[in-house]
Design a protein around this ligand. Structure first.
Ligand SMILES: O=C[C@H](O)[C@H](O)[C@H](O)COP(=O)(O)O
Length: 238
């Protein structure tokens, strides 16, 4: 099974959690896009859902494929969000934001009763941090914000490069008009402490640590899909 087939496998299993009439948060990224494609087929077949997209990219894809959309202001309470991740640990703590959608993803997941993560086995780690942590910042005072992040991380025993994300020649700009530092801290033993600390820096808009947000991860590997719940419990799906 190649990488795309694994994403499809996870997205297919996630679709089983979608029920008629649901208000659905719809994630961003290549795995979430497989979910959108499969969801659109179900919608064409009569399934009634209302989706809230986590990015302009996902919104465009939903419109192209005919998935009905609402804004989060129109639909501020959601039943379920299905989204991808860059890393997942055994307690379902996540790193997200590789596609730059972390802020809207976190707002949408926070407005949802449940969040299900879909990913392939390559995303599962023992300790978060091999993937550089996206930190969304306000462009104003970004040098001061960088220094504040570095000082604070160092107090937690973390050091590493903070790379300003670029899109070709330009600085990458998020849907919210912000910039992103990708922080290569390496292993993050206490993600909760880092998350809290980053939230205390005024120039930090949001960070890609999603802790205690997901209730289930559907992980697809060459042999099939399995579920992962907090504290390493879960089951094989096929
Ligand atoms: O900002 C992007 C998101 O957090 C994505 O869900 C994450 O980067 C995973 O994307 P993919 O499914 O393409 O690996």
């Amino acid at each position: 099974m190649d990488a795309r087939e694994m994403k499809i496998k996870a997205a297919t299993a996630a679709l089983e959690h979608v029920e008629d009439g649901m208000r659905l948060g719809i994630g961003t990224g290549s795995t979430a896009e497989e979910f959108v494609r499969l969801l659109a087929e179900k919608v064409a077949g009569g399934l009634k859902v209302q989706g809230v997209p986590t990015s302009e990219r996902t919104a465009r894809r939903c419109v192209e494929l005919g998935v009905p959309l609402k804004s989060l202001d129109e639909l501020p309470e959601l039943d379920l969000t299905i989204d991808g991740a860059d890393e997942v640990d055994g307690n379902l703590a996540l790193i997200k934001g590789g596609g730059g959608a972390l802020l809207r993803e976190k707002i949408v997941a926070g407005a949802s009763t449940r969040m299900i993560v879909i990913a392939d086995e390559s995303k599962v780690v023992e300790t978060l941090g091999a993937f550089a942590l996206p930190i969304e910042i306000n462009p104003f005072g970004s040098v001061a914000t960088r220094i504040a992040i570095e000082k604070l991380a160092s107090r937690l025993g973390l050091t590493g490069e903070l790379k300003l994300r670029r899109a070709g020649e330009e600085v990458f700009t998020t849907d919210g008009g912000h910039h992103i530092f990708d922080a290569s801290f390496g292993r993050i033993p206490d993600a909760e402490a880092l998350a809290g600390a980053l939230n205390s820096i005024p120039g930090v808009v949001e960070h890609g640590l999603f802790i205690h947000m997901a209730s289930l991860a559907i992980i697809a590997g060459p042999a099939g899909a399995r579920t992962l719940k907090a504290n390493n419990t879960g089951a094989n799906l096929s």
